[in-house]
Design a protein around this ligand. Structure first.
Ligand SMILES: *Cc1c(COP(=O)(O)O)cnc(C)c1O
Length: 299
């Protein structure tokens, strides 16, 4: 069980921030070396539901670089459960990259399937899915379900966060964002920064995970993907290096680096009214930086 007391709330000040704006970063990256950042929160109630269903095996799905796959492997090892990871791409091997190596080392059974099978096996109407569901508890790709969002409601409760006017979080599936919106206060504005290109469809997927009683206003910003998932510009790299230099906080190339880049862009365009107090959620993912060409990042 990860220890929430490891998560700090760090006040930050960067040269991009005018004096009338304050900000802090909630360091979910510090929670656990292998169950990175937001991933634990998405898994928490899914693990509970697995036990409640009397099952000891979890099946989940992901691409070769999925942080969710690596986190699920480590969480299942800690919980004494068997984990099966269905990985997209039959050409992929367990030693293809650090993420899968870690998952395998933590005891996850990896099954590599074609793109077509990967898609089909996730449909509840498919016989392959039904065969898996008989034995195992199935967590959707990216931990994207109601139990995942519910776990993310905890994120704003680790430290007092009611003084923040804006809450910014990187978005993949939007599960984390949904949990944050559900637990945010009425005076807070929650902004999701999509790292995927063409992510307008996520608007509806996020809305589907919201509680009828949610009170915060929210918006999904879809223009800060920097070219698409896994792509990054020299400008993003500079923003990440500068952010590290000024705050000593490392960010990851896929998610939180884009969050910082978006924060800088919003500051530049005077998005935040004077007196705003901005909370940036550090969702982790730092192990993914091992795939970046050495020397690109200065940390
Ligand atoms: C998975 C991940 C996200 C995206 O979380 P969603 O709930 O899928 O939106 C954000 N940041 C990091 C570091 C992640 O690994």
């Amino acid at each position: 069980m990860p220890d929430y007391s490891k998560i700090t709330l760090d006040t930050i000040r960067t040269s991009a921030m005018p004096a009338v704006i304050s900000a802090a970063m909630l360091r979910l990256d510090q929670l656990h070396p292998e169950i990175s950042g937001n991933k634990w929160f998405k898994l928490k109630y899914n693990l509970e539901d697995t036990r409640a269903a009397g099952k000891a095996t979890i099946v989940t799905f992901g691409g070769a670089y999925s942080n969710h796959i690596a986190a699920t492997a480590a969480a299942c090892r800690d919980a004494g459960m068997h984990a099966i990871g269905i990985i997209r791409g039959e050409e992929i091997r367990a030693d293809s990259n650090a993420t899968l190596q870690l998952a395998a080392a933590n005891g996850m059974e990896l099954r590599f399937v074609s793109r077509e099978t990967y898609k089909a096996v996730q449909q509840p109407s498919n016989p392959l899915y039904q065969a898996l569901a008989e034995e195992a508890y199935i967590i959707p790709e990216g931990g994207h379900n109601a139990a995942g969002a519910r776990g993310c409601e905890d994120i704003l409760r680790i430290h007092p966060t009611s003084s923040y006017t804006h809450i910014l979080c990187a978005v993949g599936t939007g599960t984390t964002l949904a949990g944050i919106i559900n637990s945010a206060a009425p005076h807070q504005q929650v902004l999701g920064i999509s790292v995927l290109k063409g992510a307008a469809y996520l608007q509806q997927e996020i809305a589907a995970l919201l509680l009828p009683a949610h009170t915060a206003s929210w918006e999904l910003l879809t223009e800060h993907h920097g070219g698409g998932y896994g792509k990054y510009s020299a400008e993003q790299v500079n923003s990440m290096n500068e952010f590290y230099q000024q705050t000593h906080i490392p960010t990851d190339i896929i998610y939180t680096g884009k969050l910082i880049q978006a924060f800088n862009t919003l500051l530049k365009t005077n998005y935040f009214p004077d007196g705003s107090n901005v909370l940036l959620i550090h969702t982790g993912g730092l192990q993914g930086n091992s795939s970046v060409v050495p020397g690109t990042l200065t940390f």
